[in-house]
Ligand binder design. Sequence first.
Ligand SMILES: [Zn+2]
Length: 207
Amino acid sequence: MTEDKYERMAREWLERQHGKIGGPQADREVYEFAALLREVGGEWVSVSNARFWMRVSETGSCWVWTGARNKDGYGYLRDGESTVLAHRFAWASLNGPIPDGGQILHHCDNPPCCNPEHLYVGTHADNMRDMANRGRAATGKTSRYRGVSKVGRRWRATCGRDNKHVGYFDTEEEAALAYDVAALERLGASAKVNFPLPAPPDDENGG
Ligand SMILES: [Zn+2]
């Protein structure tokens, strides 16, 4: 069976994260992920964001990266050829691109921590504190979508009774979609979502 564009994207993305994948479990994962990619026309910013935050454990004030760490204790992930430090990704996911030469530092001195509120740019510390304050002031504005709220100028998605952080997004819709990805992963197919998926074609009810 030939894969369509989205199935190929999904498989490539999953293999970048996990190495070579195979078997029925992997096929189902590819199928479900491809369905989401198809839904957003292959625009997977929100999807990769959701997958990033799923690997962060918010057990306390610090949000700890649960994936690989380098020798200095910083979390990292592979993105194709390049390696991205997790806390830099986390900072950028709230604040946008990191200024040239900017170092992302931890207020909490905890290298694997990815809580954007514990992170700041070394060269613009005061500026960033102001930004974080603005963000907090605007927290809690509600959205018409499930699992979405406004933080500063961005939209935040959280999932479940524990309010698992899923990511920060430019648009309400991206956040809503990211919520869906997280809800389906965590709660299974019965999760209530913002954008319900079509049933798989080999469903017993026969489509
Ligand atoms: Zn921290």
